[in-house]
Design a protein around this ligand. Structure first.
Ligand SMILES: [Zn+2]
Length: 250
């Protein structure tokens, strides 16, 4: 049903990445679909969300309208699906959780346990090209976070093996960080970026310590029984959720 971050657990923080198993949605959304408005019934999605939160012992998270931008939404109180467009969700409220939906894009979960600032980031290739990981860290700093203390967990996403993009997209990604080109493979006028590695570079340049970063290197496109993948399944694809909560006490 989900993978929990061991790095966050060491600090008594729950951060999880859901997979597609253990829900009630029917094919092609089988079975733990957490994306609304894709063709699956709203009842199924709400049921799946409740089941996941109960299993992971997490409060129902705040969710936004994700648009591959770099805006953030500051969340407070009971977790709901917001109409607000944002690809970074932040909370500083104990007992509150935030989440991003993905199906190939990279979910990044962040927390500064010292200052109690939490963020969930939706980093697709567009967000990555816009340096969204660094933008998220800069926003967390405004709420008192210190990059030296921030823990980062980069979840399952499409990996280099399956992520073929055109040369222009490759160029935009290579311009996002001085070393990004080291993580873009080129062949036959196509590019194969490693978006996890490029986001890790952006986080490191923002001051995140290498020891405070964890990676889930599973490729969503290579594992059809385990993950939804938009590249693989198109409009028939469900969505995973990455959730992190700020505990009641740290
Ligand atoms: Zn793959």
């Amino acid at each position: 049903m989900f993978i929990a971050s061991k790095l966050f657990a060491k600090h008594h923080i729950t951060a999880i990445f859901s997979d597609r198993q253990g829900g009630i949605s029917h094919a092609p959304f089988d079975s733990l679909n957490l994306g609304l408005g894709l063709g699956d019934s709203e009842e199924n999605v709400q049921h799946n969300l409740k089941q996941l939160c109960t299993a992971a012992e997490l409060p129902v998270p705040h969710r936004s309208q994700q648009v591959h931008g770099t805006d953030y939404l500051l969340c407070d109180g009971e977790g709901v699906q917001h109409t607000h467009q944002a690809d970074i969700l932040i909370t500083c409220t104990a007992g509150c959780s935030v989440a991003v939906r993905t199906a190939d894009c990279l979910p990044i979960l962040l927390i500064d346990p010292n200052s109690g600032v939490v963020a969930a980031v939706h980093a697709g290739w567009r967000g990555t090209a816009k340096n969204i990981a660094d933008i998220a860290i800069q926003q967390m700093k405004k709420f008192g976070a210190n990059p030296e203390h921030i823990l980062a967990c980069l979840g399952p996403s499409i990996a280099t093996c399956c992520f073929e993009v055109d040369m222009d997209t490759g160029k935009q990604l290579s311009q996002s960080h001085p070393d990004a080109h080291l993580h873009i493979h080129h062949k036959n006028h196509k590019a194969w970026p490693n978006i996890q590695a490029i986001n890790a570079l952006q986080l490191q340049s923002s001051g995140i310590q290498p020891d405070n970063m964890a990676f889930m290197t599973l490729c969503t496109s290579c594992l059809p029984a385990r993950f939804y993948s938009y590249r693989r399944d198109g409009i028939q694809s469900g969505r995973q959720l990455a959730i992190v909560a700020l505990p009641m006490s740290l």
